[in-house]
Every structure is written in structure tokens, then in C-alpha cells.
Design a protein around this ligand. Structure first.
Ligand code: ADP
Ligand code: MG
Length: 266
């Protein structure tokens, strides 16, 4: 890659457990991956394949056993983890909103920690509600339990964007939602990614969504990165695990084509 990557994993290893060999799980096993500024990369793979671990190594919720993770040119071990996390938005499946705080206060958490003035915070909250397409007056003062699952995830995205990060890390952000809501939020997020010139790494078990949303897809199996490429490149990959992942979207596409024949042929 010609440009300096915004996020670079080089031979990264992360294991869990006690002892030295037998009892240890190699959650991430010698993964190297470069992500360019502005890219949208999806990480797919079976449950337990190391997707979440890989993501958490970027914002230092976890530290690697060996290898290097470089973010915006600096080895993450050399930077303050709190500052690092403020530069990288993080959204995960359960939303993680504070149940006793209203929408505006949830979104304002990081700006408050950064010492923004009340006026700056109020203006930013309004701007963010517009960005994630939630009606300001209707949603500002609501508590999380008064929102639908999709609306809660919109607030989660707004909160992650509050301090204007360049990078968004998302761990199955829309995984708990019904398929229609998931689809709409995925499309809305893709538009935000482009509009705000973000760099996004999104873990998902939904291969169809990954194919439709991401520029490149990284396939994990048992801690290893087994494939990486654009959808058409994955389609040419002969690895059985990649073929297996593409089977469901291919079958869905075939069935839908049969049910909804194209207009041009009719
Ligand atoms: P994925 O997100 O693909 O489902 P994870 O990255 O969560 O996979 O987990 C990869 C492997 O590491 C799994 O075997 C999991 O059980 C193990 N693992 C993840 N986090 C921990 C932890 N904090 N302690 C012990 N084992 C863990
Ligand atoms: Mg996970």
C-alpha cells in the first residue's frame, strides 16, 4: 500500500489462559493487516475466531503479547490509552448506554470529560442527533429504555462520534436488531462513514452486510487472518472457509433473483 496506513497490525499475537501451551487459547495468532485512511473494513468469521480481540487490540482494551499495533503513526504501547480511546469511537452490540442518563447526557459523556463548555456540548448534541437521524426535541431528554433497539444504537453511534474521532471501531453494532432495522442502520452508517471521512473497522457475523457495506473484508478463522480483499476478490478465493461464508449470501441472492426477476428481462 502506497499510503501510510491509519491502523497497522504487524504479526500481532494475543493469547488467553493460564500456563504456557496446553491451556492457552490463541485468540489472535500472527495477524498482519493494514487499514488505510478512509477505508471501511469488515471483519467476519465464526464465533470465537478472534474478531473482537483483534478490534480491542487497536484501542488498548487489550494489549498484544507480541507484534505491533500502530495507530495514526504511533505504536499504541507508547501512547496514553485514555487519549487513544478518545481518538477512536467504539460501538458495541449491547449499546452500553448508561440507563439512568438521558440521551443528551449519554452523548455528552466524552465532551464533559474533555471540559467542553455547556454551550459547546449542547450544540454538539443537537448536531449529533441530526447526524444519526434522531429527532432532537423528541429524543434528547429520553432515557435509553424509552427508545427502540435501533434508536439506542443510533445514540451509541452519536456518543462514539462526539469528540470527532477519525476512526470508528464497531463490534457487531447492529447485531441484536431485527433484519430491516439492521439494514437501515448499516446503510445510514455507511453514509456517515463517507460524509465524515471516517476510517471504520466493523466486526460482524452478517457476511451479507459485510459484502454490501465494506470496502474490504477480513476473514478470521481460529485467530488467523485467512482472507482479505474486496468482495469480488473474496469470491475468487478457494479457501473452504471463505466459500462457506459466502454460501449464505450467494443462496439468498439466487433465491431473490428467482423470486424477483430483473425488469430488463421481462
Ligand atoms: P469473536 O469475537 O470472533 O467471537 P473473541 O475475540 O471474542 O472471538 O474470542 C477469541 C477467543 O479468545 C475465544 O476462544 C474466546 O473464548 C477467547 N477469549 C476472548 N476474550 C477472552 C478473555 N478475556 N479471557 C479468556 N479468553 C478469552
Ligand atoms: Mg466478538
Amino acid at each position: 500500500m502506497a499510503l501510510t496506513p491509519l491502523i497497522a497490525y504487524a504479526h500481532v499475537v494475543k493469547s488467553f489462559g493460564n500456563g504456557h501451551d496446553a491451556g492457552r487459547v490463541m485468540a489472535v495468532d500472527d495477524v498482519s493487516l493494514d487499514i488505510a485512511a478512509g477505508e471501511f473494513v469488515a471483519i467476519v468469521g465464526a464465533s470465537g475466531s478472534g474478531k473482537s480481540t483483534l478490534l480491542r487490540l487497536a484501542n488498548r482494551l487489550l494489549d498484544a503479547d507480541s507484534g505491533r499495533v500502530v495507530v495514526e503513526g504511533a505504536d499504541v504501547r507508547d501512547v496514553d490509552p485514555v487519549g487513544l480511546r478518545r481518538r477512536m469511537g467504539y460501538v458495541f452490540q449491547s449499546g452500553g448506554l448508561f440507563p439512568h442518563l438521558c440521551v443528551a447526557d449519554n452523548i455528552a459523556i466524552t465532551p464533559r470529560l474533555l471540559g467542553w463548555t455547556a454551550a459547546e456540548i449542547a450544540a454538539r448534541v443537537d448536531e449529533l442527533l441530526d447526524l444519526v437521524r434522531l429527532d432532537r426535541s423528541l429524543h434528547r431528554d429520553r432515557l435509553p429504555h424509552e427508545l427502540s433497539g435501533g434508536q439506542q444504537q443510533r445514540v451509541g453511534v452519536a456518543r462514539a462520534l462526539a469528540a470527532r474521532p477519525r476512526i470508528m471501531l464497531m463490534d457487531e453494532p447492529f447485531g441484536a436488531l431485527d433484519p430491516l432495522t439492521r439494514d437501515i442502520l448499516g446503510e445510514d452508517y455507511r453514509a456517515l462513514h463517507r460524509r465524515l471521512a471516517l476510517t471504520t473497522v466493523m466486526v460482524t457475523h452478517d457476511t451479507t452486510a459485510a459484502l454490501l457495506l465494506a470496502d474490504r473484508i477480513a476473514v478470521m478463522r481460529a485467530g488467523q487472518l485467512v482472507a482479505l480483499g474486496r468482495p469480488a476478490e473474496l469470491s475468487n478465493n478457494t479457501d473452504p472457509c471463505v466459500a462457506e461464508l459466502l454460501r449464505t449470501p450467494r443462496r439468498q441472492a439466487e433465491r431473490l433473483n428467482a423470486l424477483l426477476p430483473g425488469e430488463s428481462t421481462g
